[in-house]
Write a protein of this length. Structure first.
Lengths: 626, 81
């Protein structure tokens, strides 16, 4: 506590001296040391002074609710700040969520939120099922369940008809005490089953809608303990149903949605080895001495490895950055019987006695992702601080003292959350293994052209389909390097463009002799009169520089000309990261038509010019949805 | 750090007033930002930090920082955690 008082003083002095970045670092440190309501108030008030001075992702959140959420908002904003998000929150009136959704003129739509949380308690939407259950006939229960499911589905539809913002809907919690006591568990149609049914219906309703997600509020309450979660007194005096010490859990659950929605996800997790993946130090304790097994104390490390292994199924890459003798560490990785993670799971490895921060930069370069897409896991607070200081963009994960809690830290970390999963995500580790084979093959060829011919690339260009929509949206949100405009689109926005007849949303899928890269590129064009404008053109870093970008651009030019367009135009809007796409239009014969402070508009005269598709890329056009 | 100093720091955070301006005689009249919403926030912060439960009557009777300190100290002595 004394340390935290000193930190507050430091932060205010740094703010006074306009030392914005150091102030932000200390503010993050304070929040991690004490994530309490009082500290949240401090963090939020200092954030007001900082928000225009440092680089944060702005994000607008609307909360529609049936209960008091005001005291939770500072916790949420402080938590968001610690993930580099500047959250603006607008809260609806008590129990006014239905009117707010149905009225197209309401503040909800004027606020233009990026995301909306619909937080309605069971007591508000189904008071009969919550408190009068014992007196309801079977028929009444059935009708009530249907009524609730239908109204939730209707709110969702009405909302989506008016806004393309992401929508996060709380499901219904069941009461801590069933109306019939132990008898409830004996009934086929029990009270708890009714809520499960309503919640299943809610999943069915959201799954038909782009950008709508269920927050499993019932599971959240259960996980933290139903009896501890509730505070009846606060409910009665302040309409706050949640106990003071539980509010942070709701704020953090919200963050698990907001972090991926704000694009602050980690694409790769870089792990330390000694005392992180196993207990002890391999160089001193040896193969037989390190703790790693199904029993105590090695089980804690196996549980962590299992949690990390699960991340690979969400498309998150793994890498190692460890201070060790490479031979000792590799021997353990390959041969220790307790290891669940093996060398094949790691896309990059840095094992040496060097500092970790250059290692992290090298790993990011090797994986072709930004350092801000890396998460770093290390048991040693000194290493964590060193990385925070040297590469502040890296998402550094704090570990508690007790190794038995390590796995939960990974499983709960918002940076690893994904709201949708594409086929590409589940195979990413394999893609990177194939990529290593490609790089080895490339060394053997004299010229690039020979290598391209050897690759036997096939590019499949298709219009967006329901099956590819999620991946297309994901690529617009994640692709930073080869991206001419860096416009981010949610699934509802992609869906709306796909339905617009003057818009073409195309995806490109690339295969070669080593394997399938999956869906790796997107173009969005819009016709206006005789001009076809490229709204977005982007390609995953996995295939940059293999000339498939030329094949896609050539296809756009040919198609635009076939539709009668005389010009193909496109903005290049420079960012800190999209230098790889800077010369793209110029290299393909475009000329600058206009320039302003945001960037340049490039134009190609289709009546005189076309783009040659590279002979070594076989282009296949598939019939898409439109 | 004792309970009284901790409470003064918390009140300083919540009301957005420098800690040295907060004394046992501070009241909603002397601290402009101490309104009913911030009163609830102070109660929640106290419950969270000290692991105590405040009844509606006790919440009503917190009319100065001195009252708050006395109340929390009393609770902590009754049930040492």
């Amino acid at each position: 506590m004394t340390k935290e008082i000193a930190l507050r003083g430091d932060i205010d002095s740094l703010l006074e001296a306009s030392q914005w970045n150091p102030a932000a670092t200390r503010l993050g440190e304070l929040w991690r040391a004490d994530s309490s309501s009082a500290t949240a108030a401090f963090v939020v008030s200092r954030l007001e002074k900082l928000r225009d001075q440092i680089s944060l992702v702005p994000f607008r959140l609307a909360i529609l609710r049936s209960f008091t959420v005001e005291p939770i908002v500072p916790l949420l904003r402080a938590e968001a700040f610690s993930f580099g998000i500047d959250l603006s929150v607008h809260i609806g009136d008590f129990n006014a969520y239905a009117q707010e959704i149905l009225d197209s003129e309401s503040w909800l739509y004027r606020f233009r939120p990026n995301a909306v949380i619909l937080a309605v308690e069971t007591l508000a939407i189904a008071p009969d099922l919550w408190q009068d259950y014992a007196h309801l006939s079977e028929e009444c229960v059935k009708q009530a369940a249907q009524r609730v499911s239908e109204s939730l589905a209707q709110y969702l539809r009405e909302f989506r008809g008016r806004s393309q913002a992401a929508l996060i809907v709380h499901n219904l919690e069941q009461p801590a005490q069933a109306a019939f006591g132990v008898l409830d568990a004996q009934l086929v149609q029990s009270q708890s089953e009714v809520f499960e049914r309503i919640n299943r219906n809610l999943v069915a309703a959201t799954s038909q809608m782009r950008g709508a997600y269920v927050l499993d509020y019932d599971a959240l309450v259960a996980r933290n303990g139903r009896l501890r979660w509730h505070d009846e007194r606060k409910w009665l005096i302040a309409r706050l149903p949640i106990a003071a010490d539980q509010m942070i859990h709701l704020a953090r659950e919200w963050m698990r949605f907001l972090v991926p929605l704000a694009g602050k996800t980690a694409k790769a997790l870089v792990v330390d080895l000694d005392n992180t993946l196993w207990g002890g130090v391999i160089g001193e304790d040896g193969m037989n001495g390190i703790k790693l097994s199904a029993d105590y104390p090695g089980a804690a490390y196996q549980a962590l490895q299992r949690a990390i292994l699960d991340l690979t199924r969400k498309g998150i890459l793994l890498a190692i950055c460890s201070k060790n003798n490479p031979e000792d560490a590799i021997d353990a990785l390959e041969n220790h019987p307790g290891m669940l993670l093996r060398p094949k799971h790691f896309a990059a490895t840095r094992i040496s006695w060097n500092d970790k921060s250059p290692g992290l930069r090298e790993i990011a370069a090797e994986l072709n992702i930004g350092v801000d897409s890396l998460a770093f896991l290390d048991d040693n607070p000194f290493e964590r601080e060193q990385v925070r200081g040297a590469v502040p963009q890296v998402m550094v994960i704090d570990l508690p003292e007790d190794p038995l809690q390590y796995a939960a830290v990974i499983r709960n970390h918002p940076g690893f959350e994904r709201l949708t999963l594409s086929a590409e995500d589940q195979q990413r580790t394999t893609f990177y293994a194939e990529q290593r084979e490609r790089s080895q093959a490339e060394q053997k060829f004299q010229s690039k052209e020979d290598f391209y011919r050897f690759l036997e690339q096939e590019a499949e260009i298709a219009s967006v389909t329901p099956a590819t929509l999620a991946r297309i949206s994901q690529l617009t949100q994640k692709t930073n390097q080869f991206n001419v405009t860096t416009r981010r689109y949610g699934e509802p926005q992609i869906s709306a463009m796909a339905e617009n007849p003057s818009c073409q949303v195309l995806s490109i899928r690339v295969r070669d002799r080593f394997g399938d890269h999956g869906l790796v590129g997107v173009s969005i064009t819009r016709d206006e009169g005789e001009t076809c404008e490229i709204d977005s053109f982007l390609l995953s870093c996995r295939v940059i520089g293999r000339t498939v970008e030329t094949a896609l651009l050539a296809h756009l030019a040919d198609q635009a000309a076939a539709r009668g367009c005389k010009r193909l135009v496109g903005w290049f809007l420079p960012t800190k990261k999209n230098a790889p796409a800077r010369e793209f239009y110029k290299q393909h014969g475009f000329e600058v038509a206009t320039e302003n402070s945001d960037g340049a508009l490039w134009s190609l005269d289709l009546t005189r010019q076309r783009i040659a598709s590279p002979e070594w890329v076989k282009v296949v056009t598939a019939k898409g949805g439109k | 750090m004792n309970v009284s100093d901790q409470i003064r720091t918390m009140a300083s955070d919540i009301f957005g007033v420098p800690a040295d301006k907060i004394t046992p005689t501070s009241t909603p009249e002397t601290i402009e930002t101490w309104d009913s919403i911030q009163h609830l926030n102070l109660v929640l912060a106290l419950e969270e930090k000290f692991g105590v439960q405040l009844s509606p009557e006790e919440i009503e009777q917190m009319k100065s920082i001195g009252d708050v300190i006395k109340l929390v100290e009393g609770k902590l002595q009754a049930a040492p955690s």
